[in-house]
Design a protein around this ligand. Sequence first.
Ligand code: FAD
Length: 344
Amino acid sequence: MTPPAPTTPPPPPDVLVIGAGIAGLTAARALQREGLAVEVLEKSRGVGGRAATRTVHGARVDHGAQFFTARDPGFQREVDGWLRDGVARVWAEGFPSWSAAGGWRDPEAGANPRYACPGGMNALGKRLAERLAVTRGARAVAVRPSDGAWEVELEGGERRRASRVAVTAPVPQALELLSAVDLPSALRDGLEGVAYAPCFAVMAGYPYVPAPAWPGVRLPDHPDLAWIANDGAKRDAGGGGTVLVLHATADFTRRRYDDPPGAVVADLLRAASAVVPGAERPAWTDHQRWRYALAMTPHPERALLAAEGLVLCGDGFGGESGGRLESAYLSGLAAAALLGEVAD
Ligand SMILES: Cc1cc2nc3c(=O)[nH]c(=O)nc-3n(C[C@H](O)[C@H](O)[C@H](O)COP(=O)(O)OP(=O)(O)OC[C@H]3O[C@@H](n4cnc5c(N)ncnc54)[C@H](O)[C@@H]3O)c2cc1C
């Protein structure tokens, strides 16, 4: 019997991208288009990061990013492709708001289109990940310099090497990964200034209740609730009743982050019932706690070259226009431009 031929391990990639959110996938795709071999390492089982969708009781529900806007012409061109292919569509032209004192207010006139995905927001991640090598369930625990290149250590001890690395995790998590990297103190201080608001999200289903007439409603003055989405209005299938997504305010989330989730969900549903009568009696619920939901003080650069061959990017970058899905995309492109210029 002939012994099996020895298997040769695949050559190390030119670039390792940590995180398969919008920023990481956009960076990876741009670098691969330049002819570089790219591997994306993603700790979870899915792609898209905070552009996240879950199937609950048969319903697709967006529990992270609710919609996105396009202000940059380049991003608009990408969005036009998604619209053409049915990955995304216009969901709303602005949202009404509600307050206990003033009641309902109409959406502002002439608002930018708000786009959403009929199949769920994670369709964007799936689309961007087409033709990319994404290793799921691969949690990076450290990035360190190693003989003129970079080594990424994964949970479980495996080590990967590449001459270029892009770190796309929310900045506080990125800094933990880089604790063995000697970053200049001004650069580290700038990164430590990037703060995120947390968000407790509730998904709730009401199979026999007709859906509200609005796509979503903002609650600008509410102490506990910031937003309610009529999530089912994003989907094609009608008649499935109502699915609401509630987002708590950052203050409420900070106060209640470690409380038993059942009590937090009940309190948020009770708060929502002032806006949507009967909201406190769903047939099912689910929830998600986002520790780093929205970047509140993004770094002024679009992406940051922290050392030769090491870039940080994501929605925590981009100054005033940071903190959104579009900024994650633009930051990914900026990271690819910085890494593409790095010579081996
Ligand atoms: C509740 C909520 C509501 C939002 N609403 C909106 C909205 O309506 N409109 C809008 O434009 N934006 C919204 N956003 C923000 C939007 O989702 C983000 O700006 C955007 O998705 C960020 O993309 P990113 O690639 O920078 O980061 P992420 O999506 O966080 O991607 C980072 C990826 O890295 C992975 N990762 C992290 N650490 C590691 C590690 N150690 N090893 C391997 N992988 C790792 C993560 O699992 C994740 O997949 C919302 C976000 C939340 C949470």
